[in-house]
Design a protein around this ligand. Structure first.
Ligand code: AMP
Ligand code: MG
Length: 318
């Protein structure tokens, strides 16, 4: 069998220049960010965007997050407002994505925003993502580097496993520090959280000094019956369980842990950040070990725990 990991490249300057050339020629590459790995292409090139949708098998109505090196480059494409400025000062660069109004003169491909007049924008913090953005003169559309509806990848090896020989260039930036996707907040109207993440609702409320709405069902851009199952490891997931069935693995959280082959622990110290970081990695491992389904114990619904439960609900199709 061909070694699929030959497509993984160290993040040195020579390889970043190779990455730049690929992107300039409408190529698509895997890149690290502090949240999860992204499948990146030139956001101004519809050719590149089409390739991303095809590789991910992503429905065309589901828009992509556009990544920028700094505020100056971001301002070329979207209109900023006072809520944005406050959140930018507190959390950027970092794991937060803003929905803002697209400027008329913006060059972002229509396909990337699914024809909408709003854009999801983010300034990532990961050193390698920043170094790459600094040597190119366009922003990067970079959805999570997984086939649509599946788990996001948290290492370069996960990305290689996901796309096999369909992707020939992945930059290795190590394991993602956060390990779940960015918080998404819509700032085109009364601030509304569209996706929970490591920057919590409480963190955001503290900065904006008001109560923030959380959208429970992100239905607007969904077509009927689609995108229900998301963040799926490819086997059934059952939440709030204590015991396992035959051929099932149990994911635990906290001190009580057993030393059996079918038991995995997200954090022995009951640390929710550590648990979030281990979530996708653990589910991928369980799938690789040929278990037929996953049971997971109750995870405290506070702080980043809410984001973990959000992903689990979608993975279990609830
Ligand atoms: P991913 O790129 O896989 O991290 O997912 C990006 C998420 O951002 C998806 O859930 C999109 O629906 C959402 N998104 C991107 N652009 C917009 C937009 N203009 N308005 C609302 N949601 C968006
Ligand atoms: Mg995704």
């Amino acid at each position: 069998m061909k070694n699929i990991y030959l497509n993984i490249y160290k993040s040195n300057l020579v390889n970043l220049k190779k990455a730049k050339n690929k992107l300039k020629n409408n190529g698509i590459i895997g890149i690290p960010t502090e949240t999860v790995y992204g499948l990146a292409g030139n956001a101004y090139s519809s050719k590149s965007i089409k390739k991303i949708f095809k590789l991910k098998k992503r429905p065309h109505f589901n828009p992509l997050i556009i990544h920028y090196k700094n505020l100056n480059s971001l301002e070329k494409d979207v209109a900023l407002n006072s809520n944005f400025k406050k959140l930018y000062d507190s959390f950027c660069p970092g794991p937060i994505t803003f929905i803002l109004k697209k400027k008329k003169k913006s060059k972002i491909s229509r396909a990337a925003t699914a024809g909408k007049n709003t854009v999801a924008v983010r300034i990532p913090k990961h050193k390698v993502a920043k170094n790459l953005l600094n040597i190119i003169n366009f922003p990067l559309a970079a959805p999570s580097a997984n086939v649509s509806s599946r788990l996001s990848p948290t290492s370069a090896f996960d990305v290689a496993d996901e796309f096999k020989n369909k992707l020939d260039f992945i930059i290795n930036g190590g394991r993602c520090k956060i390990g779940i996707e960015s918080t998404i907040i819509d700032l085109t109207k009364k601030p509304t959280i569209l996706r929970l993440g490591s920057i919590t609702v409480a963190n955001i409320q503290k900065v904006l000094k008001k109560k923030i709405k959380i959208l429970k069902h992100h239905r607007k851009i969904k077509a009927p019956g689609q995108l229900r199952l998301h963040y799926s490891p490819g086997i059934p997931v059952e939440m709030n369980k204590k015991y396992v069935k035959k051929n099932q693995a149990l994911i635990g959280f906290g001190k009580k842990f057993k030393k059996t082959k079918n038991y995995f622990n997200l954090s022995k110290n009951s640390n929710l950040k550590e648990a979030a970081n281990n979530l996708y990695k653990t589910m991928r491992k369980i799938k690789k070990n040929n278990f037929k389904s996953i049971a997971i114990v109750k995870i405290p619904n506070k702080g980043i725990g809410s984001a973990i439960n959000d992903r689990l609900k979608k993975a279990s199709n609830k």
